[in-house]
Design a protein around this ligand. Structure first.
Ligand SMILES: [Zn+2]
Ligand SMILES: [Zn+2]
Length: 242
């Protein structure tokens, strides 16, 4: 727990320093290098990002209409609603990798700002809960990208965020290193929820929605703890595998 607190503290200091720096200095766009004074990407590159159009409101799967998809009708995910902003395609995949593995806090801020443009018009949850990393993985990486994203979303939408409600109880193998069929087994029974009073409408925050297994198990644990309305917000979504 102390290590977690130190990691959050370090993250907050880094965030404040970077905030100060980015307010003073125009930074080059991460994609084309053109100077951009207000964001880590320039306006032209922002326009070319692969935004999702209409999606299934339950699982955020891309559709050509805004109705519940066939998959959700036959086997709905645990969350009641999902929001995702981009297709997990280039250059979003690379930008998310940079955010995740190179601790790029400016990218977390950028993605939060872009998500908020669309999120602010929907009925908002009362609390944001980032999907946690297991403490061992957090120590290795020193940073949880979902915390950073949740912190910026919290600030912009004026919704509180708590990183201590949901925790990993088992150090699962990184989902990305496993075949699709193995992921479900890997993530089973790996979350616990703090026994405190939690608002009835929450949003889980994660970077990418891939198979949905991780979010599903986290949402199940929260549902068991009595939460009625669970949303899942992610930066990007992969196409569904069948
Ligand atoms: Zn650019
Ligand atoms: Zn669906």
């Amino acid at each position: 727990m102390l290590r977690n607190s130190l990691s959050i503290c370090r993250h907050k200091i880094m965030h404040q320093l970077l905030q100060l720096y980015s307010n003073l200095m125009p930074s080059p766009c991460l994609l084309c290098g053109v100077a951009s004074s207000h964001s880590c990407l320039c306006d032209d590159c922002i326009k070319t990002l692969p935004k999702l159009g209409q999606t299934c409101p339950r699982c955020a799967h891309p559709l050509n209409h805004n109705a519940i998809c066939g998959q959700c009708l036959s086997q709905a995910p645990e969350q009641d609603a999902s929001f995702s902003l981009y297709h997990y395609l280039p250059p979003i995949d690379r930008l998310i990798a940079d955010m995740k593995y190179y601790d790029n806090i400016l990218l977390s801020k950028f993605f939060a700002q872009q998500m908020v443009v669309q999120l602010k018009d929907r009925p908002l949850p009362e609390l944001l809960i980032p999907i946690p990393l297991h403490p061992r993985r957090l120590r290795q990486r020193g940073y949880n990208q979902s915390w950073a994203l949740a912190q910026y979303l919290s600030k912009l939408l004026i919704i509180p965020t708590r990183h201590d409600i949901l925790s990993r109880t088992r150090d699962t193998v990184a989902q990305t290193s496993l075949a699709y069929s193995q992921r479900k087994q890997n993530i089973k029974h790996s979350f616990s929820v703090k026994p405190i009073t939690i608002p009835s409408h929450i949003a889980l925050i994660d970077d990418v929605l891939t198979t949905g297994h991780t979010a599903n198990v986290a949402a199940k644990a929260l549902r068991k703890a009595g939460i009625q309305h669970i949303e899942l917000w992610t930066i990007a979504r992969t196409m569904r595998h069948h």
